[in-house]
Structures are given as C-alpha cells and as structure tokens.
Design a protein around this ligand. Structure first.
Ligand SMILES: Nc1ncnc2c1ncn2[C@@H]1O[C@H](COP(=O)(O)OP(=O)(O)OP(=O)(O)O)[C@@H](O)[C@H]1O
Ligand SMILES: [Mg+2]
Length: 185
C-alpha cells in the first residue's frame, strides 16, 4: 500500500528484484491504466524501461504474439489491446519539434495508453497528467521510483496504485522529479 500524503509531489520507491519482477510490476500497472493515461519512463541505459513496457502491454492485454520492442524507425509503435497502446522511445529524437511534426501531441494522452521511454529527454512534449516512473540500477536489481502528484490530475494514481498480490515494498521519499533535474544529455 502507498501511504497517503498531502504533499504536492511524493515519490514512492520499490526494489524490483529481477527481470520478472519488472514485468510483473508493469503488468499490474497496465491493468490499472485507463483511457488517456501516459506513462513517462526514464532512467539510464539498460535500466529496464522496455521490460517495464512489455509488462504494461501484458496488463493492457496486448496479444503475446505482438512483440513489444522499442520503435527504431518510427517514433511510435501502436499495439492493439483492451485500449490502444502507443509505445514511443525518445532516445534518438534530436529535437522536440521532430515529435511535434509527427503529431506526438495530438496522439499522446488523448486516446489509449501511451508508454514513452526516455521521456525526460523532452519533458516539455509530455502531457501534464503523465505518470513519471524512473528505473535505476541497484546492484543486480532495479530501483523503481514513481512520482505521484496532487496536481494535474495524477493524484488519481494514488487510489489506483495499491497492488494486491504484487510483492512491491513501497517507501516514501521526496526528491526532485526527473523533469526538474539538470539535464545530463
Ligand atoms: N528488475 C530487474 N532486475 C535485473 N535486471 C532487470 C530487471 N528488469 C529488467 N532487467 C534486465 O535489464 C536489461 C535491460 O532491460 P531493458 O532493455 O528493458 O532496458 P532499457 O531501459 O529499455 O534499456 P535502453 O535504455 O537501452 O532502451 C535486460 O536484460 C532485462 O532483462
Ligand atoms: Mg529500451
């Protein structure tokens, strides 16, 4: 369970012990998604963003035959699921305008569920109601942090996030959000 808080932003943190834990967490989160949700994934190379996206797709009932991989040639891949799933990776994007020109703003956050890897490269093109998740290496494991805001509508996640049957230990902290940190790119 996530402790309730009235802070404008709170960060919950969990350790994901192994690849399967990342998939399971994603699957559970995917089941909690509703139309219009945007999941902004960030964290360093090989942190597990695509693995999390694969779990999300499972929770969103994307057929297993659809292999979820980061789009290489297109900006976004689209998968059918219980809601349409849009999967983008901003790693190779050179300027926000490129995404704007490809209709990113119109597509992301308006219908279906959008999963955006490397979202912190261009936070300005993400909708305000995005849920920000950051994965970091923690030895062999991964540490996941989720920013829950009381503003911009995403406090609704607080109610949706308790995870019955999912072995995630939540702890609370406060720190700068990914989009507030000095860019390291
Ligand atoms: N919780 C975890 N503990 C240990 N390893 C994990 C965990 N989650 C995922 N991995 C492993 O980390 C590796 C990198 O995963 P993944 O490709 O999802 O990372 P990524 O963040 O998408 O990387 P990139 O930035 O290169 O796109 C994979 O081998 C995956 O199995
Ligand atoms: Mg990836």
């Amino acid at each position: 369970m996530i402790p309730a808080s009235n802070e404008p932003w709170s960060v919950v943190s969990a350790v994901l012990d192994g690849h399967d834990a990342t998939v399971r967490f994603g699957e559970w989160l995917g089941r909690a998604c509703v139309d219009g949700d945007v999941l902004a994934l960030c964290g360093p190379l090989a942190a597990g963003k695509t693995t999390l996206a694969q779990g999300l797709a499972r929770g969103l009932e994307v057929p297993p035959a659809q292999r979820v991989r980061s789009p290489t040639f297109a900006l976004c891949n689209e998968y059918p699921g219980r809601l349409p799933v849009l999967h983008a990776d901003l790693y190779r994007l050179e300027a926000a305008e490129e995404a704007e020109d490809l209709g990113f703003r119109e597509q992301v956050g308006s219908h279906g569920v959008a999963i955006i890897e490397w979202a912190d490269r261009f936070p300005e093109i993400l909708p305000l109601h995005s849920l920000w998740l950051r994965l970091d290496h923690d030895g062999e494991r991964r540490r996941l942090r989720v920013w829950l805001g009381a503003e911009d509508g995403d406090s609704r996640w607080v109610a949706r996030l308790p995870a019955p049957g999912v072995d995630v230990e939540w702890s609370r902290g406060t720190e700068l959000a990914p989009w507030e940190q000095a860019s390291s790119y």
